[in-house]
Design a protein around this ligand. Structure first.
Ligand SMILES: Cc1cc2nc3c(=O)[nH]c(=O)nc-3n(C[C@H](O)[C@H](O)[C@H](O)COP(=O)(O)O)c2cc1C
Length: 154
């Protein structure tokens, strides 16, 4: 191995981006979503994770940014979280910079504006996991996070 090859632990500390979708397991009220977000934002800030979550009352679409190790751990926890199911990993890759560095977890619930955003980037006006590519999913989440309140709350 050449002397300037980085050790393995540096590789896992590299910035990564993970995108997944899931289906809500049972109806979630705005209060329970708020509680989930409050917990997620505190934990994410502690672990240097940023991202965005979109919810249309049926599906979640979430992007997470942070070290590969932190994201692997969080995704393992997400897979065991009974509040959602049918997780589909859409993308997981090393990236050079964050796209959501202002948000410990931006949130957008479905409304007319989010419907138009989905339609702009995919074949559906809903968060249809079968209808989004990794590129479209990222664009949808970026556009939603950039919406002025009340759709996007940092
Ligand atoms: C749709 C959805 C999104 C979530 N997003 C996050 C998140 O961004 N960060 C986080 O720490 N937990 C998130 N959670 C909660 C995790 O699944 C899990 O409950 C939490 O990480 C457990 O934390 P603990 O191991 O510290 O108890 C989310 C849960 C759901 C259902």
């Amino acid at each position: 191995m050449p002397a300037d090859d980085p050790p393995d632990h540096q590789e896992t500390a590299m910035l990564h981006r993970l995108i997944y979708s899931s289906q809500v397991a049972a109806p979630m009220s705005p209060d329970t979503i708020e509680a989930l977000l409050a917990q997620a934002r505190t934990a994410n800030a502690r672990r240097d994770i940023t991202g965005a979550l979109a919810f249309d009352s049926q599906h979640f679409l979430q992007v997470l940014e942070g070290s590969g190790e932190a994201l692997n751990r969080l995704y393992a926890a997400l897979m065991h979280d009974a509040r959602h199911r049918d997780l589909r990993l859409i993308d997981f890759r090393a990236v050079e910079q964050r796209s959501f560095d202002q948000w410990s977890m931006a949130f957008a619930a479905a409304d007319g504006r989010t419907g138009r955003i989905c339609r702009r980037h995919s074949a559906s006006s809903r968060l249809d996991p079968a209808a989004v590519t990794a590129t479209a999913a990222l664009q949808i989440l970026q556009d939603m996070a950039a919406l002025p309140a009340p759709a996007a709350v940092a």
